[in-house]
Design a protein around this ligand. Structure first.
Ligand code: ADP
Ligand code: MG
Ligand code: MG
Length: 199
């Protein structure tokens, strides 16, 4: 079972990973974006960890709803509302249970990813974070390690794609040949589940 502490560790591990990889995320956002993805997420996850230290969150749902709200209010870029919606909707789907099973979490995350697709209008293959998140959710039944690998492969598979959503889509065919920054950060988010432990 996964408790509120597990979800706090997930957010802390994601923040650490975002800080470690910020330069790489921004470098990926240079050729097909505006070179701010690393700093956007650093700002967002700094706010997430600060809020989790300050405010009491005693359920998994409360942790994720609080984290999502911070991302929406502090990240100016497209990724803020999208990641914020992902975490908030996942948290809402978990309700007010003190502990949730891995299967319940997988189902909630699926609802979160669906909400991101609805908000941003992206489908798999559009060269966005969805290309890492959808395979991650599909693999989650096989454990966090499998989900992390699936997300990483999904992110790598965005390289030959032409972007159809977000800033990179303005480049048309010139977006081909670059890995999507948001799919790359989504792979970090999913890999952080393994670092948070649980099971
Ligand atoms: P901005 O493009 O506003 O500067 P970021 O650089 O922080 O925002 O985030 C860019 C990432 O957001 C992209 O690499 C892509 O993965 C993701 N993204 C952009 N638009 C969408 C969308 N409509 N649906 C899903 N993901 C999107
Ligand atoms: Mg950007
Ligand atoms: Mg921007």
């Amino acid at each position: 079972m996964l408790d509120a502490d597990f979800f706090r560790r997930w957010m802390t591990a994601t923040a650490a990973s975002v800080h470690r990889e910020a330069d790489r995320l921004t470098a990926l956002d240079s050729p097909i974006g505006d070179a701010d993805h690393g700093s956007n997420l650093q700002r967002g996850f700094t706010a997430v960890t600060a809020a989790l230290e300050k405010e009491e969150t005693d359920t998994p749902g409360a942790v994720l709803v609080l984290a999502g709200r911070q991302l929406i209010s502090t990240v100016g870029g497209a990724s803020g509302p999208l990641y914020g919606t992902l975490l908030r909707r996942t948290g809402k789907a978990l309700g007010d249970a003190a502990e949730v099973s891995e299967a319940e979490f997988a189902e909630a995350l699926r609802a979160g990813v669906d909400a991101v697709m609805q908000l941003g209008g992206a489908a798999p293959g559009d060269k966005t974070m969805i290309d890492a998140l959808v395979p991650a959710v599909a693999a989650l039944g096989d454990g966090f390690g499998a989900a992390g690998t699936a997300a990483e492969r999904g992110a790598e598979a965005t390289t030959p794609l032409q972007a159809r959503k977000g800033r990179a889509s303005y480049l048309g065919e010139r977006s081909i040949g670059h890995q999507d920054p948001g799919a790359t950060s989504s792979a970090l988010l999913i890999a952080a589940l393994g670092e948070a432990g649980g099971k």
